[in-house]
Design a protein around this ligand. Structure first.
Ligand code: NOJ
Length: 549
């Protein structure tokens, strides 16, 4: 079980309004109480924070708002003592424009760092069209007058793309990985890795470009495989027990195994976005937003398809949300007062009974909800702000519609500060929080949840114990879908060594019935999110239960 922790929003220990490493250290007992095995820390390296740490200006230094290298060492020691591993975020595709490499590169074509980045010389005319995901003008090329050339930035203009074709750059990145592994971290989450290599012949993008063509026009999969293999040879193979997870949302399903098949020595795991894609996701077509929350059958198909893919080889991951998506209970459950608690528990029953590495996103364990900002000025995230202003140039209606969508989907929804207690700013900071605290904190907070034996938090702990106690079944056991066509409920068994568990999940706010054909007479209830759960195939709104058969 991995806990994803967004350090900027977790716990501020020095009153500057930004979460920091000492804040995390202070909360280690809490983290241990969740029964997690590892923590993935979002970026903590030096950064001007154009994209909250995904723009690194020094890969070997700690971001000043987050503390010092001594603080990092203390955090790591505290984690080791509690047997929790640390996974660092490795930002491979781009650096900050304030990194010394880029400062040198942009000064002259003769600078030794010029080829650490991708450039298009102005004498060749206008660069081939590439959209940027975060740029104010959506253009991924930006002119630099000192070199009379354009640099590439798939993300913001303060995040120039690194040139992995240059062996000197690759060796720098490998040395950085060794630096952190030698400190004792246990692995890396590889940010945007499918883009680390590019097809530098820059094929023209079709007018009808769709998201599934991303790798073709933004990446170069053959070279990515080569770099990952080299990374293993030069770095990862030299350490024991190192875990890698790639951000693989754009990798087509048919290509997944090429990256995670252990024979290939590339990645241990990657994560995909398919559940999010049918249950509500920003689309790259600016402003468009799709959602199909009722589509439980689609989710079942996705889970079953991925399970099948990993039946004999490789290993899967599962998550409901992260720092790039909105809150799980708001998106997949129901955050109304009546159903926030049962639906969040139902989602955790799902997450922690999967045959995959489950990722818990911080704050979800107490059922934090979307903040739903009303005005563009309230947003911090550059993605929301820049897209809004691009759309505003097109029409006011489009911009307004986008703003409404962002109430459900903006990344800021999941980045609001952790709610610890009912004191000012939810106990997150003694200062001014960098992003407002969700006003529901007097009710939704860790301290209140600790005291309530029926809280989401205590349910997560129970589920986590169950997963560890029945590891043979719940982690490794076979998964089989039952009642697959039922549009309301998700039912499956997990089994191993002649023992079988049944998981029943009602994803909707209405009563539901499932026909599993299973003999319930000997079924023993292990956990459920309601009082008086009986095994008869009837489920109340958002009811979830695990039985031993
Ligand atoms: C993916 C990260 O998860 C996201 O937060 C970031 O903005 C982009 N990569 C760019 O690094």
């Amino acid at each position: 079980m991995v806990y994803q922790l967004y350090p900027r929003s977790f716990q501020d220990s020095d009153g500057d309004g930004v979460g920091d490493l000492n804040g995390i250290t202070q909360r280690l007992d809490y983290l241990q109480s969740l029964g997690i095995d590892a923590i993935w820390l979002n970026p903590i390296c030096a950064s001007p924070n154009d994209d909250n740490g995904y723009d690194i200006s020094d890969y070997r230094a700690i971001m000043k708002e987050m503390g010092t290298m001594q603080d990092f060492d203390a955090l790591l020691a505290g984690m080791k003592k509690r047997n929790i591993k640390l996974i660092m975020d490795l930002v491979l595709n781009h650096s900050s424009d304030e990194h010394d490499w880029f400062k040198g590169a942009k000064s002259s074509r003769d600078n030794k760092y010029y080829n650490y980045y991708h450039w298009w010389p102005a004498e060749k005319g206008t660069p081939p069209k590439r959209y940027s995901l975060f740029d104010e003008e959506a253009n991924a090329w930006r002119y630099n007058s000192a070199t009379k050339s354009y640099y590439l930035h798939y993300f913001s203009r303060k995040q120039p793309d690194l040139n992995w074709e240059n062996p000197a750059l690759r060796n720098e990145m490998y040395a950085i990985m060794k630096f952190w592994l030698d400190k004792g971290v246990s692995g890396f989450r590889l940010d945007a890795f499918p883009f680390m290599a590019k097809d530098t012949s820059w094929p023209a993008m079709p007018a009808d470009f769709t998201n599934d063509q991303f790798v073709r026009y933004y990446g170069a999969d053959k070279k990515v495989h080569d770099y990952l293999k080299e990374m293993n040879e030069k770095v990862l193979d030299k350490y024991t027990d190192v875990y890698t997870v790639g951000e693989g949302g754009v990798i087509p399903f048919s290509k997944v195994m090429d990256y995670v098949n252990e024979d290939n020595h590339e990645l241990n795991t990657l994560y995909h976005d398919e559940i999010g894609n049918i249950w509500g996701r920003d689309s790259l077509d600016l402003g468009e937003y799709k959602t199909d929350r009722k589509n439980v059958t689609g989710v079942k198909q996705i889970v079953s398809k991925w399970d099948e893919k990993f039946r004999n080889k490789g290993w899967n991951t599962v998550y409901l949300t992260n720092h790039d998506q909105s809150r799980a209970v708001s998106r997949y459950g129901n955050d109304s007062p009546a159903y926030r608690i049962p639906s969040a528990k139902m989602l955790y029953t799902f997450l922690l009974t999967q045959r995959a590495v489950p990722y818990i996103y911080n704050g979800d364990e107490i059922g934090m909800t979307n903040i739903r900002f009303k005005n563009i000025e309230q947003y911090n995230d550059l993605q929301t702000r820049n897209r809004y202003y691009i759309l505003l140039k097109e029409s006011k209606e489009k911009a307004e519609a986008y703003l409404l969508n962002q109430q459900e989907l903006s990344r800021d929804n999941s980045r609001t500060p952790m709610q610890w207690n009912n004191s000012a700013n939810a106990g997150f900071t003694g200062g001014n929080p960098w992003l407002p605290v969700n006003p529901n904190y007097p009710e939704v907070n860790v301290e209140a949840a600790e005291k309530d034996k029926n809280s989401i938090l205590n349910y997560v702990r129970q589920m986590s114990r169950l997963r560890h106690d029945r590891k043979d079944i719940l982690v490794y056991g076979k998964y089989s879908l039952l009642d697959g066509a039922n549009p309301d409920v998700f039912v499956y068994t997990r089994e191993s060594g002649g023992k079988k568990l049944l998981v029943l999940l009602n994803f909707h706010g209405t009563n539901a019935v499932t026909n599993t054909g299973i003999d319930f007479s000997k079924a023993k209830l292990l956990i459920s999110n309601y009082e008086n759960t009986v095994a008869d195939g009837h489920l109340r709104p958002y009811e979830a239960a695990v039985f031993e058969l």
